[in-house]
Design a binder for this molecule. Structure first.
Ligand code: ADP
Ligand code: ZN
Length: 529
């Protein structure tokens, strides 16, 4: 029966083979395509790399008329259109980067029905002439890409997206397909409500990426740790290394090059030509490493990225998932590796405190950061935690670092009390605040110049913490920060108490901490699927 079904190819399948050269649809793609071809509305939630584009490109080719794609990624439109043209698809775009003549050419092609796909920046639709233009041609469907941009609670909110609810009023017979890789229930509902997608069918793909091994390690000397990872497990592999700042991108790329690894920097501070050249080399050449800020990767479509490494803590689980999701699109074993340290927490809390925007915005950012920290400090399966974050469930994966080498949890109540007491002492006696480094030196009884200068060696708490080593103390501080039992304040990252500290200090709250396994597990490469 299967063969018989194959023999009678649907127009969608036929297009998949002939135009895109693929053998079969993936996941829900076929159902989505058929639904839209038949004129139905759809809301598609699929992780990055899942194959959302085909879900509207094929219906656009199968249905009469032009598929109109609303996308906020103006910088990518040229690439997307070029890629389609290479496949023989008649595609064009309209956005603010074009001059009058270029726009006119696309508009004429649209009206003449000489296009299969037209990419539009959302702000185009608030221009009356664009609306009139669409009336003069035949629209096959509206695809609303990055549909989460309509959510006012998300970080990618675009006011222009709110106008898109008007599409349905003006063109009630044209099917709409909204697509996003953001899966939280709340965003989901908001997209549906704001775009007026009441009758739309929902397609929710799994966010599980079984071929990605998630690993989060304490950050000691990040560059060396990274080099070790590349040398031992990813020799000659293509990969992406994410850093938070342009300066650290530059330094890390240089460091890798000095150590014989072909690495290129990528960040918004580089001129456009250099960025384009580095990106093109990454896509074309084998085994290249790009060191980048998060500016890199939107729309990057390279199937054999074997690792994604983070040298700084991502700001949210969404961001982390999206960035790590660029690894292993070909389904082969890949590594998502993150080095995370105390300084990350201090720095990011500081950035949130100093950020512009109102209190609600800051609270939201703090919430995102806390979820990310909870993922870092979890003693259970990372993959299960990630899925749970997106509202999906799963079994322990047996492949992530916590599954392979389960961290112990230990009773850290007494060390936590010692640490918090030291913070209290410093505050009481000197009316001055100090960062984690100084506090740990005091606990360990180290007579550094700064300890001597402030006479911290005379405090009763001096040297009361020698039962732990310095990295252990850093882990204690990190975890207390992650749970809001301790906070940082001011430009120097001074440690201060929180409301939660009281319970720890008076013994009413026990503090269970995560102990790092002695040696981080080596990748169980290719051992699973
Ligand atoms: P998304 O937009 O969801 O991030 P894309 O549409 O860019 O994902 O697709 C990711 C990659 O998967 C692309 O290289 C695409 O060509 C490929 N792809 C999508 N669908 C299929 C399929 N059915 N068969 C083979 N490759 C596919
Ligand atoms: Zn796991």
């Amino acid at each position: 029966p299967d063969q018989a079904a194959q023999a009678v190819r649907s127009p969608a399948r036929e297009t998949l083979h002939r135009v895109f050269g693929y053998d079969a649809f993936r996941g829900d793609q076929e159902e989505i395509v058929e639904h839209v071809v038949a004129g139905g509305d759809a809301l598609v939630l699929m992780p990055t790399g899942g194959g959302k584009s085909l879900c509207y490109q094929i219906p656009a080719l199968v249905r009469p008329g032009v598929g109109v794609v609303i996308s906020p990624l103006i910088a990518l439109m040229q690439d997307q259109v070029d890629a389609l043209r290479n496949l023989g698809v008649r595609a064009g775009f309209l956005n603010s980067t074009q001059d009058f003549a270029q726009r006119q050419e696309v508009e004429e092609a649209f009206v003449a029905g000489e296009l299969d796909l037209l990419y539009l920046a959302p702000e185009r639709l608030s221009v009356e002439s664009t609306v009139r233009l669409l009336d003069r041609g035949e629209v096959a469907l509206f695809a609303i890409d990055e549909a989460h941009c309509v959510s006012q609670w998300g970080h990618d909110f675009r006011p222009d997206y709110l106008m898109l609810s008007a599409l349905h009023e003006r063109w009630p017979d044209v099917p709409r397909i909204a697509l996003t890789a953001t899966a939280t229930e709340a965003t989901h509902r908001e997209i549906s409500a704001r775009l007026g997608l009441d009758g739309a069918r929902h397609f929710v793909a799994s966010f599980d990426r079984p071929n990605i091994q998630y690993r989060i390690v304490p950050k000691n000397s990040p560059q060396k740790q990274l080099l070790e990872l590349l040398r031992t497990e990813h020799h000659g592999d293509a990969g992406i290394v994410y850093c938070l700042s342009r300066a650290s991108v530059e330094k890390t790329a240089e460091f890798l090059v000095q150590n014989g690894i072909t690495a290129l920097p990528y960040h918004a501070g580089l001129d456009k030509a250099t960025r384009a050249r580095n990106q093109a080399r990454f896509l074309r050449e084998d085994g290249l490493v790009v060191v980048a800020t998060i500016a890199f990767g939107m729309g990057i479509d390279k199937p054999d990225v074997r690792f994604v490494a983070h040298l700084d803590l991502p700001k949210s689980v969404e961001g982390y998932y999206q960035e790590t999701g660029r690894a292993g699109r070909d389904g082969l074993p890949s590594t998502a590796w993150l080095a995370y340290g105390l300084q990350d927490v201090v720095q990011q809390r500081k950035m949130i405190d100093n950020s512009e925007g109102d209190e609600a915005h800051r609270r939201q950012q703090a919430g995102h950061l806390n979820a990310m920290l909870a993922l870092c400090e979890t003693v259970t399966c990372r993959r299960v935690r990630i899925l749970a974050y997106f509202g999906q469930s799963g079994e322990p994966c047996g492949n992530c670092d916590t599954c392979l080498a389960p961290p112990e949890s230990w009773d850290g109540t007494v060390p936590a009390q010692k640490l918090l007491s030291t913070v209290v002492r410093l505050r009481n006696e000197r009316r001055q605040q100090f960062g984690a480094g100084q506090i740990i030196d005091i606990l360990l009884g180290k007579t550094t110049p700064k300890v001597t200068q402030f006479r911290h060696d005379t405090l009763t708490v001096f040297g009361i913490g020698t039962e732990l080593r310095e990295p252990d103390w850093r882990a204690v501080v990190r975890q207390l920060l992650a749970r809001n039992l301790l906070a940082v304040e001011g430009d120097y990252g001074s440690l201060v108490l929180t409301e939660g500290s009281t319970g720890v200090l008076n013994g009413s709250q026990q503090v269970m901490l995560r102990r790092e396994p002695e040696r981080a597990p080596r990748a169980a490469k290719a051992s699973r699927r």
